[in-house]
Design a protein around this ligand. Structure first.
Ligand code: ADP
Ligand code: MG
Length: 421
């Protein structure tokens, strides 16, 4: 009895282990890993089948040696479809031939019928809820065992009545285990599904907030552009006045452009592929873009870089956006002008960007709230800039830390893992 339990538990382990292993390593967000990863699943289930056959167990009496290979075969066929089923059949048939013995032909015939028949039930299986699924796998498992029982009776004259007790137990045993397996897979899939829909929901939420914030902020420059154009239509102003208006219009257009650069890039899918990029040219580019904004506010940039290779894994547009947000905050923190230090520092392991202003600074509580959506101390602030920035930096595997002192200034440190040359 004890040997039987151990053997059975081994078999259960062989079946369940690959499923859990797979889920552990599967990329999060795959909606249905059995469909999107047929090959992996086929390999894992093949291993289950081989292990089950290598370590069978005696069931109740000495005469009955049994294993649970039917479980991965049935489950694999239901989730994977005909091709997976065919491969699993070949694996189990070859295995069964290697074992040899009396029951070989029946066993292989049984496996063939399972592999050929069960995929036809897959469409039905997909449609029903999980309790029906549990019922369906249970029935398939029992029908398959009944086949063995009667085939044994007709071909080898095994006495059925003697074995009824054993077979009944066997059916309950395998049936229970296959129900557990199916429920486990359903559970994992449901979790994956919940996870993906949560991600999707969050993304939608962010995008719609952005849309709202951007259209709100775009309205201001557009209104003022409209106003000035109307003014110029109504009256023939002197040349100098006109130039002044035109400059204002240009400034507003620039502001609108900045805003679009700032926020709309983020509406791209959040999980783009990352590519190796050099930080230095990106940083210099951003500094160039931001210069007019700084000049208009009497802020002077002090740029220091060590001109060493600074390759990281990232997305250049998003890195721009993150840097723009931080630099802009630094400029805005110095309403009467000042200097903004921008440093690029390389170590063997990481690439650091340090951005230090001598502006208003923040209290500890404020620093803690940075990155929270809609946290803003500015009358026209969106409180989205740093939220976006934090999420971008983290997506690139980077880290962000903030040192700030009220009245003294603030230092933002971005640290990215460095790619080897
Ligand atoms: P916004 O700039 O639209 O207000 P952010 O998310 O960019 O939104 O910043 C949130 C808040 O964090 C700002 O309103 C400001 O109070 C504070 N903050 C960010 N950077 C600095 C800084 N360099 N110095 C002082 N305060 C800052
Ligand atoms: Mg900002």
């Amino acid at each position: 009895m004890e040997a039987m339990m151990t053997g059975m538990i081994n078999n259960i382990f062989f079946i369940i282990f690959p499923i859990i292993l797979y889920q552990m390593f599967a990329t999060a967000g795959q909606r249905n890993f059995f469909v999107s990863h047929r090959i992996t699943m086929t390999i894992l289930f093949s291993i289950s089948i081989i292990l089950c056959m290598l370590f069978p167990y005696q069931f109740l009496t000495e005469d009955y040696i049994f294993d649970l290979r039917q479980v991965p075969m049935i489950v694999g066929a239901l989730y994977g479809g005909p091709i997976v089923s065919a491969v699993l059949f070949i694996v189990s048939a070859v295995g069964r031939i290697a074992i040899g013995g009396d029951g070989m032909y029946i066993a292989i015939l049984n496996q063939f019928l399972l592999a050929a028949g069960v995929p036809f039930l897959a469409p039905l299986y997909r449609k029903v809820n999980r309790w029906w699924k549990a019922g369906l796998v249970f029935i398939i498992s029992i029908v398959s065992l009944l086949f063995n029982l009667f085939a044994g009776y007709f071909f080898f004259g095994d006495p059925v009545h003697d074995l009824i007790g054993i077979w009944l137990m066997l059916m309950l045993n395998q049936g229970g285990i296959i129900i557990l397996t199916a429920l486990l897979i359903e559970h994992l899939q449901k979790q994956e599904y919940l996870y993906t829909s949560l991600m999707r929901h969050e993304k939608m939420e962010t995008v719609s907030h952005f849309a709202a914030a951007v259209s709100h902020e775009l309205r201001n420059p557009l209104q003022s552009i409209k106003g000035f154009v109307q003014l110029m239509q109504e009256y023939e102003y002197p040349r100098s006045k006109q130039l002044e208006f035109q400059q204002t219009i240009l400034n507003e257009i620039n502001a609108a452009e900045n805003l679009i650069d700032d926020y709309l890039v983020y509406a791209k899918p959040a999980y783009d592929e990352l590519k190796p990029i050099e930080v230095e040219p990106e940083l210099l580019h951003v500094i160039k873009i931001m210069s007019p904004y700084a000049k208009a506010r009497d802020v002077e940039f002090f740029v220091r870089t060590d001109h060493l290779p600074s390759k990281i894994l990232g997305d250049s547009q998003k890195l721009h956006q993150a840097l723009v947000n931080i630099i802009r905050n630094g400029i805005e923190a110095m309403p009467t002008g000042g200097k903004l230090d921008i440093e690029l520092e390389n170590s063997s392991q990481s690439v650091c960007v340090l951005i230090t202003d001598e502006g208003t600074g923040m209290t500890k509580e404020e620093v803690k709230r940075l990155g929270e959506p809609y946290f803003s101390n500015k009358s026209k602030g969106t409180g989205l800039g740093l939220m976006v920035t934090y999420s971008i930096i983290h997506q690139m595997g980077g880290d962000i830390s903030v040192d700030s002192e009220v009245g003294m200034g603030t230092k933002f440190t971005l640290e990215f893992p460095k790619l080897p040359e």
